[in-house]
Design a protein around this ligand. Structure first.
Ligand SMILES: [Zn+2]
Length: 346
């Protein structure tokens, strides 16, 4: 059945009123609080309103409580007593797969987090030579809590320690040694020979798995934040916020996944706040990881990829115009990006 755009929009509007439905985070499904077939409450009844694919037809419905599925929109409209909305043309659908309605399935996404204590003697700081050398300005200290143990906790001497916050709670910390990679390596080579302790570049909390965390998550405001820029680490988030002046801009929020990959829990966390589009901005060398992440995200969001220049610069090493160019001229669709990076490999 071909449904015109106008018909579709009209029908969606009617169904929202009739069934008290609302869009889920992906905007591809309507969630109905009470199943019209079994009467169970709890938002387990979904209506697919995304684009038509091989397996998913607009307005197919499914209840995850009673298992009732309808594939024919007119049948469904009759069932809910709205034959007046029936669409003219009739066609039978090929067998369809049940769409993955967000939050409807009894999925075992584990997003439980415990509160984490900061290392002993940690205190916030509002100036720091190392952070200054990485471009930190006053706002950065205000918006992104960071501190040191001020020489009172030898395990964290020479580290800066960032809080990872979720719903206002500290759920982790990332501490980064302030020496350069080369200096750390040199020290460690000597330490190895002398049987001394090695220095770790990072020394992070261990209570919550980092695949369940997103840095800067609280900056995403439900129904206000439309777009998330996905980056690898804390310094990328802060550099982007500073360079694009996003401190109080909640429409676009940079968020770090702590590495070049995203987990189901992290996807769920973005969805549950109603994020619609995601820009992947991982390092230029991470093409395979970017392609993989794009496929994962494409199911749930509008995905674009910010193609960083191949000069190996991180966001905090770029100047404003370099960052600007990335987002103004170098956004690719997943397919463009894939084709683009194929060229480079040949
Ligand atoms: Zn039901």
């Amino acid at each position: 059945m071909v449904i015109s755009r106008e018909e579709k929009e009209y029908l969606i509007k009617e169904l929202i009123i009739e069934l008290h439905a609302k869009y889920d985070g992906s905007h591809k499904n309507l969630i109905v609080p009470r199943c019209p077939y079994c009467g169970k409450e709890g938002g387990k009844f979904g209506i697919y309103v995304g684009v038509e694919t091989d397996k998913k037809k607009p307005f197919m419905t499914h209840c995850f409580k009673c298992g009732h599925t309808t594939k024919d929109v007119n049948q469904f409209l009759t069932d809910i007593g709205r034959s007046d909305l029936k669409l003219e043309e009739h066609a039978s659908f090929a067998p369809v797969q049940i769409p993955e309605f967000f939050r409807l399935e009894e999925q075992e996404i584990d997003d439980e987090l415990c509160v984490v204590e900061m290392p002993k003697s940690w205190k916030r700081c509002f100036r720091n030579d190392y952070l200054k050398s990485r471009g930190f300005v006053n706002d950065d200290y205000d918006y992104f809590p960071v501190g040191t143990t001020r020489g009172l906790n030898f395990k964290f001497d020479d580290y800066v320690i960032f809080q990872v916050i979720d719903s206002g709670d500290v759920v982790g910390y990332v501490s980064r040694h302030t020496w350069s990679k080369d200096d750390i390596e040199e020290y460690n080579n000597r330490a190895k020979r002398n049987g001394k302790y090695q220095i770790r570049r990072y020394s992070n909390s261990t209570e919550n798995d980092f695949s369940k965390l997103l840095y800067n998550y609280d900056a995403i405001i439900e129904d206000e934040t439309d777009t998330v820029i996905l980056v690898e680490g804390i310094f990328d988030v802060i550099a982007l916020t500073r360079k694009l002046i996003l401190y109080d801009n909640h429409r676009v929020v940079p968020v770090a996944t702590f590495g070049k990959k995203i987990s189901d829990t992290q996807i769920y966390k973005l969805q549950s706040k109603g994020v619609r589009s995601v820009i992947i901005a991982y390092d230029a060398d991470a093409t395979d990881a970017i392609n993989k992440t794009a496929i994962q995200l494409n199911e749930f969001f509008d995905v674009t990829i910010a193609k960083l220049m191949g000069n190996g610069k991180d966001f905090d090493e770029m100047d404003f115009w370099e960052v600007y160019d990335v987002f103004a001229y170098n956004l690719k669709t997943p397919i463009e990006f894939k084709l683009n990076t194929l060229d480079e490999k040949i």
